[in-house]
Ligand binder design. Structure first.
Ligand SMILES: [Mg+2]
Length: 288
């Protein structure tokens, strides 16, 4: 495996030297991690003798562990802290990674087997790579020390470029080293700026986190696509203007805020339009 140091992360599998790139986050951008959380919390339920967690079902799983555990009916603050911990920007006060959920979610490669690929994701990533002639750069906050092998196996299993045996693929993987103490957003910002400084033109970035999407929107020229996968594309409250949303790479879902009624529609035209715009982005981020 090749590897070069880049800012605070490392790049694995350099297969090419492209000057145009598309960035993809992995968790909840290419794979649905709610199934991982579901498995971890059901397992925790057995260990802690909590029926509410043993009986947890997928629709109650949220991006946030604490919301999920509350959805299951557990409200005791001490128990919530034990199971989920809490995030604090000060690493000394951040208990998320030591919690029952956090230890497994962030560090146990076995748990990656419970992720489900997001609808249409492998085909779309292959397609945007080929049609834009760009390199795919997976930039993830997953632990480089603990999850590199599991991540490579997962990307290979689902057929993502760079790991699916296609030798013409142009892709690399950037993971967060344990020595990096900042949050995912600052890590991804450092990596992106380092890429730009080496002359790489970013055509688009896909990331489900509002914080990351907003960071990309802040540092990219207006024509560069910033796409945020979101289960409910009508939910834009946290997004800066100019962030586009999709539910997955097959359809968009909209949830009516008042009635909770969910409607879905194909987003094929939207995805095609995105690729067409990405093809036309010039080195300065304007349209050709
Ligand atoms: Mg993510």
């Amino acid at each position: 495996m090749n590897g070069i140091a880049l800012a605070d992360g490392s790049i694995h599998r350099i297969n090419c030297d492209e000057k145009r790139a598309v960035i993809f986050d992995i968790d909840d951008t290419l794979v649905d991690t709610n199934y991982r959380t579901l498995h971890i919390l059901q397992k925790a339920g057995k260990e802690l003798h909590l029926n509410a967690l043993i009986e947890l079902e997928y629709p109650k799983v949220d991006f946030f562990c604490s919301v999920t555990v509350k959805n299951a009916g557990i409200k005791d603050p001490a128990l919530l802290e034990k199971i989920c911990g809490h995030f604090d920007p000060d690493p000394r006060k951040n208990t998320m990674y030591q919690s029952v959920w956090g230890k497994s979610f962030y560090s146990d490669p076995e748990e990656l087997h419970f992720d489900h690929v997001m609808a249409g994701a492998p085909d779309f990533v292959n397609r945007i790579m080929k049609e834009t002639d760009a390199k795919i750069i997976y930039v993830t906050g997953r632990s480089e020390e603990q999850q590199t092998q599991g991540t490579i196996e997962e990307l290979a299993y689902y057929g993502f470029p760079g790991f699916n045996g296609d030798q013409s693929a142009c892709a690399s993987l950037v993971m967060k080293p344990q020595s990096y103490l900042g949050d995912d957003t600052s890590f991804k910002k450092a990596i992106t700026i380092a890429l730009q400084q080496t002359g790489v033109t970013i055509l688009a970035a896909f990331d489900d986190s509002a914080s990351n999407a907003n960071m990309f929107r802040d540092i990219f020229p207006a024509k560069v696509l910033v796409v945020r996968p979101n289960r409910n594309v009508a939910d834009t409250a946290k997004n800066r203007p100019g962030i586009e949303q999709i539910t997955n790479y097959y359809l968009n879902a909209t949830v009516d805020a008042k009635t909770g009624v969910r409607s879905v529609s194909s987003n094929e035209d939207q995805l095609t339009d995105m690729i067409q715009r990405a093809i036309r982005i010039d080195t300065d981020g304007s349209l050709i």
